[in-house]
Design a protein around this ligand. Structure first.
Ligand code: ADP
Length: 251
């Protein structure tokens, strides 16, 4: 989405079907997920995904601020997605803009569909997502980080929420777009999957593709989400297999 930084259009797909960074159409960028890097938050996660670097921190269930958002039957999930001023090539104007409001909303709604919010009426679960470095797909990286952070905070959920953007570049459907592909490609389609039920809880699209291409994109994205799901579970397993003494020494 967005044509920020647009100069001349690069070749997105070569004759051998390789992408701008050498990936195949069905290849993800390298992903590293760390659960629990922050000590002050109730739960946290750090995701490095290609050139994206995203931190998520979770607080709660706790008292609702502002008070009028309180719900008698369930916890309210409040999310703040923010891109740091230094996260993109040209300094981003700090503060909340329409894009970050939209992303905060779609992430909160996706998380709301898996968190057992009815267990904590009249409380708030606050999710902070800070994008430290952005290279397309940050809402997906933010969602992955947020859902691992929620699990790290011990908040009961039906499932984790892997997410990835699929798109169309150089006329072909491709998994996990990076910045040039997002800027100059024909379509960008971020999605989030509940792996155990197969439900999609976030699906957006910018650009154009045909119906068969959309079906192919959904297939590719769901496959990508399942790979990311394994990495999310591995990050949580690693976090909770660390011996208490080692944790103390790192404090
Ligand atoms: P996502 O990060 O989820 O793909 P977008 O499609 O809106 O969301 O943005 C694509 C990419 O464009 C971002 O990851 C970031 O690299 C870049 N970008 C977005 N907003 C800005 C901005 N205000 N200034 C510079 N680059 C931006």
């Amino acid at each position: 989405m967005g044509n920020i930084g647009a100069k001349e259009v690069p070749t997105l797909l070569d004759a051998e079907g390789r992408r701008i960074d050498g990936r195949r159409l069905d290849e993800l960028r390298p992903i590293q997920i760390r659960a629990g890097p922050l000590r002050q938050a109730d739960g946290s996660a750090f995701v490095e995904w290609g050139a994206n670097k995203v931190m998520a921190a979770v607080y709660g269930p706790r008292e609702v601020h502002p008070r009028h958002l309180q719900q008698n039957t369930k916890a309210v999930i409040q999310c703040r997605y923010n891109m740091a001023a230094f996260s993109v090539d040209e300094r981003k104007r700090p503060g909340i803009d329409r894009r970050s409001q939209e992303i905060s909303k779609v992430i909160a709604e996706a998380l709301d569909s898996v968190v057992f919010a009815e267990e904590f009426p009249r409380t708030s679960i606050d999710v902070y997502i800070e994008v430290l470095q952005a290279n397309a797909g940050t809402r997906c990286a933010g969602l992955v980080a947020a859902s691992v952070a929620l699990a790290d905070a011990g908040i009961p959920m039906a499932d984790l929420l892997p997410a990835v953007a699929v798109g169309k570049v150089g006329g072909a459907i491709a998994l996990d777009l990076k910045k040039e592909e997002d800027n100059f490609g024909e379509a960008d389609l971020p999605m989030a999957l509940v792996p155990q039920s197969g439900r999609l809880v976030l699906l957006q699209m910018e650009g154009h593709m045909t119906e068969p291409e959309l079906a192919q994109a959904l297939d590719l994205g769901v496959g990508g989400c399942r790979v990311i799901y394994e990495k999310m579970k591995a990050a949580l397993r690693e976090r909770y297999s660390v011996a208490p003494a080692a944790e103390e020494a790192a404090a």
